[in-house]
Design a protein around this ligand. Structure first.
Ligand code: ZN
Length: 210
């Protein structure tokens, strides 16, 4: 499994492009800079199968509709509790200070805990991780030992909860009850900043005292 992380937007959001040996690919959280992402996918000759979204904040979804039109693929996730964020994409554009984008919705809300989304030979288990937003989800590849968990758990930090419908206690319990149940060696690709591992965060993260 190959992973390329391309930071996008002024918020340096970690957009991830992943692919298997046959070049079957998915893109996770294309927050902006669509042309840069399209160029990468086409230069690498990847076969884009799906667009995956962890949550509805603009810096994670801003280029999703453009990529959907370009590659004719569907958008999967997040959980439907984030629908209000898609309703308000134009207002979010103003708040984030990014170029205005029109309202769009995912083709598939991912509301079923434990559902598996397949991309080539990769299988992503869906975990509902509310707190940063109510409909936030994570994409967990158990076999390949890697988790794409958006803005929930960061290297030595945690996601903000001062946005509409954020909830700090809920965020901490998503981390303790779900992410910290994953194996200690699992790599965590965070929505911003460096990658980390579950075990490292259990030991060092100052925001999560047990
Ligand atoms: Zn966010």
């Amino acid at each position: 499994m190959h992973v390329e992380i391309l930071p996008v937007t002024a918020f340096q959001q970690n957009c991830s492009i992943i692919w298997d040996e046959q070049k079957n690919a998915a893109i996770i959280d294309p927050g902006g800079e669509a042309e840069k992402l399209i160029e990468f996918i086409e230069t690498q000759q990847l076969q884009l199968e799906k667009i995956l979204l962890t949550h509805g904040h603009l810096d994670h979804v801003g280029a999703a509709d453009r990529l959907k039109q370009h590659f004719q693929v569907e958008i999967w996730g997040p959980n439907s509790a984030d629908q209000f964020l898609f309703d308000s994409l134009p207002a979010q554009s103003q708040r984030f200070g990014l170029a205005e984008i029109a309202v769009f919705y995912p083709d598939h809300w991912l509301d079923k805990e434990g559902q598996i989304i397949t991309v080539g030979d990769m299988n992503f288990e869906i975990l509902h991780l509310p707190g940063h937003t109510p409909g936030h989800i994570g994409f967990i590849e158990q076999q390949k030992n890697i988790a794409f968990s958006g803005d929930v758990l960061f290297y030595n930090s945690v996601g903000r909860t001062d946005f509409p419908r954020g909830n700090h206690q809920q965020l901490l319990s998503s981390i303790r009850q779900k992410l910290f149940k994953l194996n200690d060696e699992m790599i965590v690709i965070a929505g911003h900043g460096p990658a980390t591992k579950i075990g490292l965060e259990k030991q060092n993260n100052p925001f999560i005292k047990n």
